[in-house]
Every structure is written in C-alpha cells, then in structure tokens.
Write a protein that binds this ligand. Structure first.
Ligand code: ASP
Ligand code: MG
Length: 423
C-alpha cells in the first residue's frame, strides 16, 4: 500500500487518479502537455494513476475496420481490435513521462487485471486487483492504465462501451481508495446548459452525483453515465476539469461531484439539458384492455430497444386509447418493425412515428422541497408558443418533448427563467 503522511490532520501525500480523454491525447504535442500536468502532481508528492483514452478519432477508425472485416460490437475479436487505441496512448504517455524524468509504466487492462463479465463491447467491471498498481505506486512509478478495457473469465480482452475510460478511472479510484479522481477533458467543467447553444451558461462549482447522473443521461456528454453511477455508489470524489488550461486538479478549478449534504446553497434548478437523440412513436386506437402495454413494451425490451418516456391517454369510451412512447433516434426503424410485427397481437389502428422531436429537461435537487418548478417550465414554454408533447418527471427532473425547431429557443428561455444566466 502507498503510504500516506499526515500533517496537521491534513494529508500531504494523496492518491490521485487522473483521466485524460481523446482530445487531451490527440497528438504527440498534446501527450507531452499531459505529461507536464502529471509531473506537476508528482512534484507535489502525490501518488498518481493515470487512465487514458485513445487519441480522438482512433476508436471510430478501429470500429470501422472491425466492421469492414465483418464483425461489429459484441465479439471477442471486435474488442481485441478496438481496445488497441488505448494501448497506443498508454505507451506513448509513459515514454513522454520517462523523457522528462518521471518514472512511469504502461498497464493494459488484462495486466492489472481489471476483471469484467463476458459481454463483449459493453462489459461491466467486476473486480480490480490492486496488488500490481500498489506495487507500482510504492516503487515511485506513475501507473498509466489503458482505459475502456478489461479481461473476462475466459481470459479474453473486453471493452466497456463507448466512453468507457471514464468508468475505468472511477473504478480504479474506488478500488485503490483514491483521494480524488480528476477527469480531464476539453471543457473546463460541467455547465448549467450547453454553452454552444446558451452563451449565458455558467460553470457549476459543485453538482450532486444524482444531478450529474440526470445530466449525463440527458446527453451532457462530459462523463459516461455508468462512471457517475459508480462514483455515487462508492463515494468517489470526481472532479471534471480542462486539460487545455494551466490548472491541475490540486488547484481545484473544475466541477466537483459531491453528496447533497456538501452543497450549502441549494439551487432550485441546477441545469437545463437538451437531448436530440429522441424519437416518438404513437400507437393510435389501441384496445383499452388489460395486457396491451405488456404486448407493446415486452417485445421492444426483449430486442434491446430502450423505451424512455411513455404516456397512455385516458380513453373516452373505455374501448380504445392512444399510447405514445420515445426511443433513441437510431432505434426508431427497428422499434417500428417490432411493433408492426406485433400488429395482430396488439391490434392497433395506426402507427405514427416522429423523429423530429427533442427532449428538454430541467434538473435540480432543490425540486424535492419546492413546488412550482414544473409550472414555471410549462408557463415559460407556453409564453413562447412552444407546444409540449410528452411530459415525464422524477424527484429531481422534469422532461418535456417538444418539436426540434424550438430546441434552442426553449433551452435559452428556460435557462433565463430559472435565473441560471451568468450575471
Ligand atoms: N476510446 C473509447 C471511445 O472512444 C473510450 C473512451 O474514450 O472513453 O469510446
Ligand atoms: Mg469521453
């Protein structure tokens, strides 16, 4: 185990996991800049494990090679191919560190090992053995871990699903009991909304795991959703920060993911998110009888189509009703064919697919204790003449489906309405 010194009750030596995404290691110059950031933490005396992604664009290229060769996500050979992007960056970064006098070595998932289940292309991490990593840190070396990969029980290489290096980083942080997990990316933190659409968006200093989970699953693609779930479960202190400015994690410049108790001043709404990856399907004139919903959603679930929002209207005559639900946009064609194949079973009148909708969500733990958040959303959208299709709510989130053409207007207007605009 790496030793930790205590001074005035404060740790002077910390164990830190640093994760660098694809744009942060996009070329040799970027990798050299990353090496300097790592060196600064090492010079502070900290014990460092680094997790790297593949150079940006590399994984897409590898996925395409595998596809052209004849296999896509889900096979052992696919994983063996797409996992190589991270092998390249882990080796290059170790070289760059050694070149500036920092002891470092690269580690592949199977060498540590990071054990996963056997679901190729979307494997889940089971256990991480820490003996090798601990020995590496104790020897004063920086451990550079190739993200996004592990090995299954059969000894085959597995990958964790796109964006999986975030999960590797958080899982390692949990396993070695790291003081912090710094996720370096191409933005300097988590924002109240997408700054490219809402210029008045602000960087959030502290956000709760739960809020981040909602934001991540809503398309705020800063962190892989699964990594946030894991951080929440294990209480890993995750910090999101930019690899493109001069700060390092120990300067505390980014957005910190924390427990709700750690947030002193609770905002009613912490963020407004937009997801364009939505399509809605309406089944018109469905028999209003027991078992119909199961007949619709059973086959979709069986074939792996993820249904998000569902509404079923009250039928006027007690005989027929309409059911509307949403699926990821890329799944609309398969969802339609699955439902059409069930037509005899379900017995609906007509099917109306629509791939021109988006989902707007307001997220905030403050909603738990305040009424009127939803009303404000509906009024604000009504004032702009924006029609709401489907509504769904959770304890800390309200989502509505609207027409795609109003996406940006809705985002900006709601951002202002909840007083999130930068002063
Ligand atoms: N390189 C992988 C991807 O592009 C994993 C990651 O970057 O997190 O999805
Ligand atoms: Mg990523």
């Amino acid at each position: 185990m790496a030793r930790t010194m205590q001074k005035n009750g404060q740790k002077t030596v910390q164990k830190i996991v640093q994760k660098f995404g694809g744009t942060s290691v996009a070329d040799i110059d970027r990798i050299k800049a990353v090496a300097q950031k790592i060196k600064r933490e090492v010079d502070l005396g900290h014990h460092i494990v680094v997790v790297v992604s593949a150079m940006s664009g590399e994984t897409n290229k590898l996925v395409e090679f595998a596809r052209q060769a004849g296999q896509s996500q889900g096979s052992p050979e696919y994983d063996s191919v797409v996992a190589t992007g991270e092998q390249v960056t882990s080796g290059l970064l170790a070289i760059c560190l050694q070149t500036i006098g920092v002891a470092a070595r690269s580690w592949l998932g199977w060498q540590i090992p990071i054990r996963t289940d056997g679901h190729h292309g979307r494997a889940r991490i089971g256990t991480i053995e820490t003996d090798n990593l601990d020995a590496c840190l104790d020897a004063g070396e920086v451990a550079i871990v190739a993200g996004f990969q592990g090995r299954d029980q059969a000894g085959r290489i597995t990958t964790l699903g796109r964006g999986g290096s975030d999960t590797t980083a958080v899982a390692i942080a949990a396993a070695i009991g790291a003081d912090r997990c710094d996720i370096y990316t191409d933005v300097d933190g988590v924002y109240t909304s997408d700054p490219r659409i809402v210029p008045a968006a602000r960087k959030i200093d502290r956000i709760t795991y739960e809020e981040m989970l909602e934001m991540a699953s809503l398309g705020a693609k800063v962190l892989q959703t699964r990594s946030v779930e894991m951080a929440m479960k294990h209480g890993v202190r995750v910090q999101v920060l930019s690899s493109f400015d001069d700060m390092i994690g120990s300067d505390w410049p980014g957005t910190l993911l924390v427990d709700e108790e750690e947030i002193v001043e609770k905002q009613l709404v912490s963020g407004v998110a937009l997801s364009r990856d939505e399509a809605k399907i309406t089944l018109i004139a469905v028999p209003d009888s027991p078992g119909v919903a199961a007949k619709v959603f059973g086959p979709l679930a069986e074939q792996g189509v993820n249904v998000d929002m569902i509404v079923q209207n009250i039928s006027e005559d007690g005989r027929q009703t309409d059911i509307t639900f949403t699926v990821p946009r890329g799944d609309i064609d398969s969802a339609v064919s699955i439902i059409e194949a069930q037509r005899g079973e379900i017995g609906y009148g007509r099917l109306a697919p629509d791939a021109t909708v988006v989902k707007i969500s307001v997220v905030g733990v403050g909603m738990r204790t305040h009424a009127g958040v939803a009303l404000k959303m509906f009024q604000t959208l009504a004032e702009k003449g924006i029609n709401i299709g489907v509504i769904s709510t959770s304890e800390i989130k309200i989502s509505v489906l609207i027409a795609e053409e109003f996406a940006e207007l809705a985002l900006r207007t709601l951002h202002a309405a909840y007083d999130l605009d930068a002063a």
